[in-house]
Design a protein around this ligand. Structure first.
Ligand code: SF4
Ligand code: SF4
Length: 84
């Protein structure tokens, strides 16, 4: 049990809405823990969800609001997230 504590939030999912995403690559560049890879068209792909610290830089920096970091505890709220 000598592992370093990491203070990270439990992230359930990182949702990328491809309707809005324009593959600018900002989230890929800004993520401090390199959670994303780019696919062949430059769209972000969540490759290392485990590495996500929940800092939400990707959400903040995305110019098209195409990305949402979903924490475990948001789970219930998310279900109510219908069309708006
Ligand atoms: S919340 Fe932070 S660590 Fe997680 S994917 Fe976004 S930028 Fe990377
Ligand atoms: S920052 Fe937003 S628009 Fe740019 S690649 Fe990431 S999700 Fe897509």
């Amino acid at each position: 049990m000598a592992t370093k504590s990491t203070h990270k939030k439990k992230i359930k999912e990182i949702r990328i809405d491809k309707k809005f995403c324009k593959a600018c690559g900002i989230c890929i560049e800004f993520c401090p823990t390199k959670v994303f890879d780019a696919d062949e068209f430059g769209y972000p792909v969540v490759a290392r969800l485990d590495a996500c610290t929940g800092c939400k830089l990707c959400e903040d920096r995305c110019p098209d609001l195409a990305i949402e970091v979903i924490e475990e505890k948001k789970e219930e709220k998310e279900e109510k997230d219908g069309k708006g």
